[in-house]
Design a protein around this ligand. Structure first.
Ligand SMILES: [Zn+2]
Length: 397
């Protein structure tokens, strides 16, 4: 039974193969988790009565189950539907700077496992493939799940990716430039491969389960060792012609500034990335310091580190002001390790943004975009890689 369902599910999720009303309902459930019949009708554009009939059929074939959802506040739990958690699983894999991270979820959006595998810097594709396969086999064995139920593997990569799955520039993963992700992983994993760059995955995770849930238009700005970002318009992450949309870190803030690794001068990366900020902190301490310790020390009252956060927020806000002038989003999700500083970082971002953007806070309705901290500061990219499979987005063919 499980095999039959996941075989059917695999086809139903791919809109290029099947676009029947049943497939649209299944895709709405896969993409949104537990949802009410009314929400499914809204998402799919199908009549409420059609949705009810389809849900009844899907329940009879055990592909869909009823669940209770608890909305915030008082009142009875609402009845919702989700895909049967036993109907299939999805994997998200992060190809990070010096680690692989693997998250396993079922199609009802439950996280089953989350494993980090440390690797040396500059690890090569062959090694990553071997380690990923081993980790995945172990996870399926440990949780007594059938590998046959795996619907696809999503990859979050610290580099821009072309639509073909080729890694365009390997700035974070130097040995991966030009590598074809599908040709690398599909023969070993024997499953459909999905991929997007890690910031786009982060935006997807925040949109599906996090700080941007319910928003169709927002900007994600990620302040980690490097700077990343993503633009979501009408519920879709913009990739751009060369896969580099949302690379806010390389906006030129000072044309006469220092030389950046990208070859331009005075990029935002040089003034507020974690690498830049921690570099100053390390010179003061005469030792190395990680982002988490830096943020904790600032929060514990270190005025020097607080000043560094304030300066970083000011530079970021100035850059985001231009982003806001162009895109006018209603929400900025600030993500990445530095965002753990919360208001200490958000306050200077907000005030620099207001000073430099076109629409000022006093200008009335819609003039005050919200700046919020992301929900998954630590593993948004890997969660988003799971989301790629659940939303059937970024499939490499
Ligand atoms: Zn640059």
């Amino acid at each position: 039974m499980a095999n039959m369902i996941s075989g059917g599910l695999r086809g139903l999720l791919d809109e290029r193969q099947v676009d029947t009303p049943v497939a649209r309902v299944v895709r709405a459930l896969s993409g949104h988790g537990a949802v009410s019949a009314a929400q499914i009708a809204r998402t799919t554009g199908l009549a409420r009565s059609t949705v009810s009939t389809i849900l009844a059929d899907l329940k009879r074939s055990s592909l869909v189950v009823e669940v209770e959802t608890r909305s915030p506040g008082i009142g009875r739990p609402a009845l919702a539907h989700s895909l049967n958690p036993e109907a299939g699983t999805c994997l998200g894999v992060l190809l990070g700077r010096n680690e692989l991270r693997v998250v396993l979820a079922d199609v009802a959006h439950n996280i089953v496992a989350d494993v980090a595998i440390p690797l040396e810097r500059d690890y090569k594709p062959e090694r990553a493939t071997r380690m990923a396969k081993q980790a995945i086999d172990n996870i399926y064995k440990e949780h007594s799940l059938p590998y046959s139920g795996l619907l696809g593997v999503g990859f979050a990569v610290s580099a821009p990716i072309a639509a073909s799955g080729r890694i365009m520039r390997g700035s974070q993963l130097p040995g991966w430039q030009g590598v074809d992700l599908r040709a690398t992983f599909e023969p070993v994993l024997q499953k459909p491969i999905f991929a997007d760059n890690e910031s786009n995955c982060a935006a997807l995770a925040e949109m599906m389960w996090g700080a941007a849930a319910g928003f169709e238009n927002f900007v994600l700005f990620k302040l980690d060792l490097g700077i990343g970002g993503a633009i979501v318009a009408n519920g879709k992450v913009l990739t751009g012609a060369a896969g580099t949309a949302g690379e806010f870190g390389h906006m030129v803030l000072d044309p006469r500034g220092d030389l950046c690794t990208c070859g331009n001068r005075g990029c935002m990366e040089l003034s507020c990335s974690g690498t830049a900020v921690l570099g100053i902190a390390e010179r003061r301490l005469s030792r190395s310091i990680g982002m988490a310790e830096f943020v904790k020390t600032a929060q514990a009252g270190d005025v020097g580190f607080q000043r560094l956060l304030e300066d970083a927020g000011e530079a970021a806000g100035r850059g985001l002001a231009t982003v806001g002038t162009i895109l006018n989003p209603g929400l900025f999700v600030i993500s990445g390790g530095m965002a753990a500083a919360g208001e200490m970082l958000l306050a200077p971002i907000r005030s620099a943004y207001a000073r430099h953007t076109l629409v000022k806070p006093g200008d009335g309705e819609g003039a005050n975009p919200a700046f919020v901290t992301g929900r998954f500061l630590d593993n948004d990219n890997c969660m988003g890689a799971v989301g790629l499979v659940l939303r059937h987005h970024g499939r490499l063919t």
